[in-house]
Design a protein around this ligand. Sequence first.
Ligand SMILES: Cc1cc2nc3c(=O)[nH]c(=O)nc-3n(C[C@H](O)[C@H](O)[C@H](O)COP(=O)(O)OP(=O)(O)OC[C@H]3O[C@@H](n4cnc5c(N)ncnc54)[C@H](O)[C@@H]3O)c2cc1C
Ligand code: FES
Ligand code: FES
Length: 496
Amino acid sequence: MSKTLVSPLKSAPLPSSPLRFWHRGQMMNPGNVPPDRTLLDLLREDLRLTATKEGCAAGDCGACTVVVAEAVNGRLQYRAVNSCIKPAHAIDGQALWTAADLAQSDGTLHPVQQAMVACHGSQCGFCTPGFVMSLFALYQRTVAQGQTVDSHRAHEALSGNLCRCTGYRPIMQAACSLEADAAQAVDEKPIVAALQKLAATEKTGGNYLRPNTLSALLQARAQHPQAQLIAGATDAGLWITQGLRRLPQIIDLTRVAELRRVERYPHHIAIGAAVNLQDAFEALAADRPVIAPFGERFAGWPVRQSGTLGGNVANGSPIGDSMPLLIALGAQVVLMAWRKGRAVHRHVPLDRFYTGYRQSLLAPDEVLAWVVVPRPAPGEWLGAYKVSKRQEDDISAVCLAVELHVEGGRITAARIGAGGVAATPARAVKTEAALIGQPWNEATLAVAQQAIQQEFAPLSDLRASADYRRRILGQLLRRAWLESTGQATVRLEDLA
Ligand SMILES: Cc1cc2nc3c(=O)[nH]c(=O)nc-3n(C[C@H](O)[C@H](O)[C@H](O)COP(=O)(O)OP(=O)(O)OC[C@H]3O[C@@H](n4cnc5c(N)ncnc54)[C@H](O)[C@@H]3O)c2cc1C
Ligand code: FES
Ligand code: FES
């Protein structure tokens, strides 16, 4: 008689991990919270804190925006996050503010609420709490530090909030008119003290594991291969809310100290897997300023504050934005595992990492630990382009990154990464071959345009038709030619 296999997960429920966060002057400890309970559901359904609204439940609209803060070097670091796709446990050891927590007990409005009232920025009750929280995060990061808010900063801070009644102008006006009110400053001292007491607590057991060190992370991965590894959960959160998947055990890598760093070396920079997208793009743009406007096209501010570069690469979506850029830059990924009682690692060039649609060389016990990006060599020219229906908070139809070296009018080296045109992010090796060694002129461009249009066989979907995608590839290559030869004097990104 065959033996019935019983899943250990079904036979013995995993012990619940504790969840503690600071809210309204006290440490909350809501008890038995499942690992895949979203922060929004915890707030609205379990704690009945209904000021935070649910719009899309997909990280797109910003209605559910809350602000979380972590204690770093004795100060609080504030982030606006989408609570609908954030596992509640991800804010363990942090402080939380919702739209109900800003006004004082006597009803005096917070400066961000006051600005919204004064500028007639409050339209409907769904989006306004989200806008107010994005403004509160902006206020804490800038105005409370003595800085002013210009329209670029305001735009960036509000890039994850949608308003369907088109009330953006007064909301932008409210953002740009924010003024500090010392009487309403957050008293950080008691919060930092309370959070610091929790910071050292490492969660290496239970249903939500949150290791603090790289070796603990690798061991957790080896011991719990069935657990869902997450970083910012900006992809994984959607599997819960849109895919209705249950995640009975989660390993969260965002607190791993070694992976929270960007390390700079003479020939490369190494971006840890827990570094959020905003910081990762800023680190890349420090060497290559053209990456700054490209990075600003990635999702919206809250997603860039939570999501990671490592998560983008590991998730391996064919329309992921960072991979075409990283492929063009010759980036490698460092994969690590715990085997035979020690940490082992290997370097894999990103253009060889993907093996098929959302498949990669990452083994079940491996973690993508670092993305390693070469520093620019003298004479490098880089163009990075994203074509999508909206300027921000939208996924690419096509993405193209072109790295060129031209000496004496002749192309000596070329690397091209493309997204949205194949089953994986891809390197355009045939197009590179059509360029290398040739004079960088209109005739070579025409050959390369033909090559890139033949190199890929894109699909038609809701974002673009196959024909449009193929044409856009050729047109983006033309743009790279115009820009790299100084013929294009106006860059669309600069206008935006
Ligand atoms: C509203 C919205 C807009 C978006 N816009 C864009 C966009 O413009 N461009 C774009 O490219 N993407 C976009 N995304 C997708 C998403 O934000 C990115 O893919 C993000 O980089 C994922 O990172 P994360 O840390 O959130 O990954 P998670 O969601 O935590 O993880 C995603 C997957 O990667 C795996 N993973 C994560 N880190 C590691 C690691 N270190 N090692 C091994 N595996 C790992 C996880 O196991 C999981 O399978 C958007 C998402 C949302 C919700
Ligand atoms: S409900 Fe729309 S972003 Fe969360
Ligand atoms: S504020 Fe809600 S639709 Fe405009």
